[in-house]
Structures are given as C-alpha cells and as structure tokens.
Design a protein around this ligand. Structure first.
Ligand SMILES: Cc1ncc(COP(=O)(O)O)c(C=O)c1O
Length: 278
C-alpha cells in the first residue's frame, strides 16, 4: 500500500504548463530554505476541484500569517485549470503552492487506489505527542510547507505497524492527525476537537460538520481526552484526499465499525457530485 503516486502535470506562474521534470523554484526561495510557503491539497472529482474557493481562502489566510505577499487567487485558479487540462484526468489530487518569491504553482498528482482499499479495511492509528499550537508564532491553523514533523509522525506510525497517527498534547487532549482531522461517535453525537486547540480548520471537517447535521447527528466540538476517543462507538478521520476514513484500532485497542463513517463518506461523495461509487 504505497502512498507514492505520479506527478501528472505542473503549471507555473508566468510560464504555464511545464514538463514535470523541470525545475520551478529559485535556489533562494524560502519555501526551500526555510519551509516558508503556503499550500493546499485539493481533491479533484470528475475533473473539478472540490471546494476550491474554501481552499483558496485558507491559502490566503496561511500566506498572510506567514508574512508572504498577498495571494493572487485568479492566477492560482488559472494555473489549476491549466494543470488539470494538461493532466486530462477525472479524479486526482491538485496541490497549490504560494512561495515568498512569490511563485505560484499548481501540481496535479494521480490519486491512486490505496485509499479506497484502506477505507474498506479501516485504519489503525497510534497516538503520538504533538505540539498544541496555542501561541501565534506556532502558527495555529496555518497550512505551511514546514511539514517534516507531520511526515515524521506518519513514518513513526508506520514503523510501529499502524497506518497513521493522531496527535495528543501533553495533557492527553486529542488534536488532529498529521494530515487529517479526527472524529468519533457516541450514540448519535459526533465529537471532534475544536479549532481553538490550534488545529487546522479542515475544509472536509467543515463539510462533514454540515453533512452530519443533515444526516441527523449532533456535533460536539470541544476539548476531549484520548480516553474518550478510545471509548467511542466508532471513529474516523477526514481530509480532502482521504475523505472520510474509518478507524478500527487505536494504540492496539479495537474500535468498532459503525454507520456514521459510511453515511458521511457517501454524503461527501454526493456533495462532490462524484461519479465514483461511495
Ligand atoms: C494537519 C492537518 N489537519 C487536517 C487536515 C485536513 O484538512 P482538509 O480537510 O482541508 O484536507 C490536513 C490536510 O492536509 C492537515 O494537514
């Protein structure tokens, strides 16, 4: 089950579509030197990026918080369309980057089929100590390219035989995954950590919040301990690429499968107007 998927197309500001093998950044771009750039990862359904406006809003907010020049939304939208046209694929992953130079980039990657296989089986998670971004300089809610820590947590989870991690703070409060938001169900109530905890305001999290209400669930956003997640009737994660993904094990303890993850995954696909089966 490899996460490696191929890069199908790249579009760069001022140049348009380029060969994916071509260099696109200057050597002194702080995106490279310091991990100081904003980015977004967006799911493409039927050739259309889902919730593009919301992703561009978050990108603009991240860029402002990192102190980058103002995001040129129109340029990024055009680059996204050029890259998607060049990739000529229906279901894919679109990544948008905004660097300090500034350089705007749109990348289209293949989606791969490993996420659907993982959704069938359910994910095994381990809890790992993470940093609660409760000071402005810890950049709460910012999606920057300083993701080495997130990737190291994912690698540690895999090293321990799990699929992914969930970060908890030093008091055991559940935060988020390295690239996901975390949810669980107690009877008809869905719980998810609140944005006050400095976690990323997931675009999928916001969509699931809406869909949960429509599906008859009550949602509680708050500060919850790991024991509450361990005692859940079911649990799942949300993210643009992995969508709604059931969790079947946490720190070696089984968590039951339940209806909410499947219902919300189906509702998400309907909302995306997807042609794929849910
Ligand atoms: C730390 C973190 N939390 C949550 C998410 C989920 O956000 P979204 O639903 O916008 O993909 C991501 C996405 O990459 C993330 O990196």
């Amino acid at each position: 089950m490899s996460d490696r998927v191929s890069l199908l197309a790249v579009a760069v500001a001022g140049r348009g579509v380029v060969d994916p093998a071509e260099p696109v950044l200057r050597a002194d771009d702080e995106a490279l030197l310091r991990g100081r750039a904003a980015f977004e990862t967006i799911r493409v359904y039927g050739g259309r990026p889902f919730k593009l406006v919301e992703h561009l809003d978050r990108l603009a907010g991240s860029a402002e918080r990192i102190g980058l020049p103002e995001v040129n939304r129109l340029e990024l939208e055009q680059l996204a369309q050029q890259a998607l046209d060049a990739a000529a694929t229906q279901d894919a992953v679109l990544r948008l980057y905004w660097t300090p130079t500034p350089v705007a980039l749109a990348l289209v990657n293949e989606l791969g089929d490993h996420y659907d296989a993982l959704r069938e089986r359910g994910q095994r998670l381990i809890s790992l100590r993470g940093v609660r971004a409760d000071e402005p300089w810890l950049l709460p809610g910012v999606k920057s390219t300083s993701y080495a820590v997130n990737m190291a947590a994912e690698a540690e989870a895999k090293r321990q035989g799990a699929d992914d991690a969930v970060f908890v703070d030093s008091a055991g409060t559940v935060l988020e995954g390295p690239t996901t938001n975390v949810w669980w169900r107690r009877e008809r109530t869905l719980c998810t950590p609140s944005l006050d905890l400095g976690i990323l305001a997931g675009v999928t999290r916001a969509t699931v919040l809406e869909l949960a209400g429509e599906s008859g669930y009550t949602v509680e956003e708050g500060q919850f301990g790991l024991t509450e997640l361990l005692a859940a009737d079911e649990a799942f994660t949300s993210s643009s690429v992995r969508e709604v993904m059931p969790v079947t094990e946490l720190d070696g303890a089984p968590i039951g499968r339940g209806p909410a993850a499947d219902e919300l995954q189906a509702a998400l696909r309907r909302a995306a107007g997807a042609t794929l089966p849910a």
